[in-house]
Write a protein that binds this ligand. Sequence first.
Ligand SMILES: [Mg+2]
Length: 245
Amino acid sequence: MTPPAIVFTDWDGTVTLQDSNDYLTENIGFGRPKRLEINDDILDGKISFRDGFRKMLDSITTPFPECIEYLLKHIKLDPGFKEFYQWCAAEGIPVIVVSSGMKPIIYALLENLVGEEAIKNIEIMSNDVVENHPSAPGGWEIIYKDPESDFGHDKSKSIREYLAKNGYTDSSKLPLMFYCGDGVSDLSAAKETDLLFAKHGKDLIKYCIREGIPYTEFNSFADIFAKTKAIVNAGGANIKDYIEN
Ligand SMILES: [Mg+2]
């Protein structure tokens, strides 16, 4: 049966309150000023997200298992996510995490913050890590899902992969599709769905305004929940009411 909707979501800074990679870079890597410098260069198009992100991760010399331990202690879940995810599960709406982060970190946080059953119900499409890399600064290195892409992970490609894999071959018969994100890496997915939820005060909104990409703002998953529910209940007829740009 075709679900009423499909929700694709970024992980870091969207489902979680803090971006785990930024958190590692700022606290046990080269620190906040240097991270912001690279972030500005990415936003200004001076360096690709893929290469800038790798520089940040290369500044972390802590072994990977210790990085996970550290994140489990500090990273918090968006307070509205659990309720939203449970509603999606009850309505048969798939939730897919589409992330530039590394798979083992996302699994560990998802299990810890949302619960064991979330691992089975939420598909994760993300970058990965090689943990036994002797010449890397911390003995580990990110493996990009789409190394040829400037984003390292081309999220639009993952969304199309998901649709093809699940038999959505007729583009005129697609369920309502939503994407939730906060940062530069989400730009690669911004145009792929019916509605883009962009986090208040974050880089994705700046980018959407600059590029003229339609979006609707959110502060937490409680906003996403309310809007998604209203749109799904109306069968998508009211979706234009939510577009802000
Ligand atoms: Mg993010």
